[in-house]
Design a binder for this molecule. Structure first.
Ligand SMILES: Nc1ncnc2c1ncn2[C@@H]1O[C@H](COP(=O)(O)OP(=O)(O)OP(=O)(O)O)[C@@H](O)[C@H]1O
Length: 383
């Protein structure tokens, strides 16, 4: 059966609500040709964990679109559902207790939701690859990095060992590992953290992926190495026209690499739009508060805000806006019912009834709204 012809995802709209423009709203070829299927089109993804009587809604109606050569930054606090969304795309949700209870995952127009395990395995490490935060979790401690890259190549391409070996060396050169031929023989623990991450990027590139899912790939690295690895990833995806889903909790990193941003909170996308627009004129108070947490160079005296309180547990989501208990702009209507992700202005969409105007700051001390009079968060994680 040809899934690309018959699947429901073949009918996915080529451009979803969050697929708009490139960095700073600049035009891209994808904008000019909206008829081409995006590399990734996630629609209404519902990934749940059923534990005892509880249902944890980790991805709760998530929509994402990424076009060739585009980088989407998926941002949110710990536990907001970023990794579960990524694992769902890669077919890696542990089941049980996990289940994809709804929605569709389209890869270049092919519906992966009902794809066979064999098809998902064929894609994973091939056309869809991933880079994780900790390369030691990806790399086998007892095999040389060269052997591991060769194995990754041969799992998807019929090359001789000699050919795969040469390709592995080229990949290490490409990700700028010095003395690649020598380093092929190194065990993972013999390399620095930055070099190990370059090796895992080389492995991710081994089979010319069309989509790379990078889950906090620079979080464990020190800042200079982090900047180098970001530049490397950015250059590679531009040269190779690779779509990238870049997961992070750090808006500083997002500003370096993402064309567009999707902000996740308690399993939902709460705001999405071009990076420059989101960074300078966000509509959702949560996005504003997350951005205010980023240290700014040259402002040593500036108070660093934290977002007070905690997100609600995803097995006990409140009616209405899940951010209401922490939001300085909350009104009674925020707690009444489902709030849709709607266009607020320009290319910005937010799930908010009382959005910020362009460039508006949050007035007053946000702590007054999000904490009780003694400073206790109004909403603690209860599960
Ligand atoms: N294996 C699991 N079993 C049960 N619940 C899970 C499991 N994995 C994730 N969850 C639930 O999904 C929620 C989202 O987790 P996820 O790892 O996607 O968050 P995240 O945004 O990636 O956080 P972090 O930045 O800390 O990695 C968690 O809060 C938890 O409730």
């Amino acid at each position: 059966m040809d899934r690309t012809e018959t699947s429901a995802a073949a009918d996915l709209p080529p451009c979803g609500g969050d697929a708009r423009q490139g960095r700073g709203g600049s035009s891209r070829s994808d904008k000019d040709d909206q008829s081409v299927h995006p590399t990734l089109a996630v629609r209404g993804l519902e990934t749940q964990f059923h534990i005892g009587q509880s249902v944890y809604r980790a991805s709760n109606g998530v929509d994402l679109t990424i076009r060739p050569g585009e980088c989407l930054g998926l941002v949110g606090e710990s536990g907001s559902g970023k990794s579960v969304t990524a694992m769902s795309i890669m077919g890696l949700v542990p089941s049980p207790p996990g289940v994809i209870a709804g929605g569709r995952i389209g890869f270049k127009g092919e519906d992966l939701t009902d794809a066979s395990n064999a098809r998902i395995r064929q894609l994973r490490g091939g056309a869809v690859s991933h880079v994780f935060q900790d390369p030691l979790a990806t790399l086998h401690p007892l095999f040389s990095v060269g052997d591991q890259i060769v194995e990754a190549i041969r799992a998807h391409q019929s090359l001789s060992t000699r050919e795969a070996d040469a390709k592995a060396r080229d990949l290490l050169d490409l990700v700028r590992v010095p003395n690649a031929a020598q380093r092929m023989k190194a065990l993972p623990h013999e390399l620095s953290g930055g070099l190990r991450q370059r090796v895992s990027i080389a492995m991710a590139l081994a089979n010319d992926p069309e989509l790379i899912i990078a889950d906090e790939p620079t979080t464990a690295l020190d800042v200079t190495v982090q900047a180098e690895v970001l530049r490397l990833l950015d250059g590679l995806r531009r040269d190779r026209n690779t779509a990238v889903l870049f997961i992070t909790h750090d808006f500083g990193v997002v500003s370096e690499i993402a064309d567009r941003v999707a902000v996740m909170y308690a399993g939902r996308i709460v705001e999405t739009g071009p990076t420059a627009e989101i960074l300078t004129r966000p509509a959702h108070p949560y996005t504003r508060m997350l951005i205010d947490c980023v240290p700014v160079m040259g402002e040593p005296g500036r108070r660093l805000d934290a977002v007070p309180g905690r997100p609600p547990a995803v097995n006990r989501l409140p009616a209405g806006c899940a951010f209401a208990d922490r939001c300085p702009r909350v009104e009674s209507d925020c707690r009444r019912g489902e709030i849709p992700l709607e266009e607020k202005r320009g290319n910005l969409e937010a799930r908010c009834l009382h959005p910020l105007e362009a460039g508006e700051a949050l007035s007053g001390d946000v702590r007054t709204a999000a904490t009780t009079s003694d400073g206790t968060p109004r909403h603690g994680r209860s599960a």
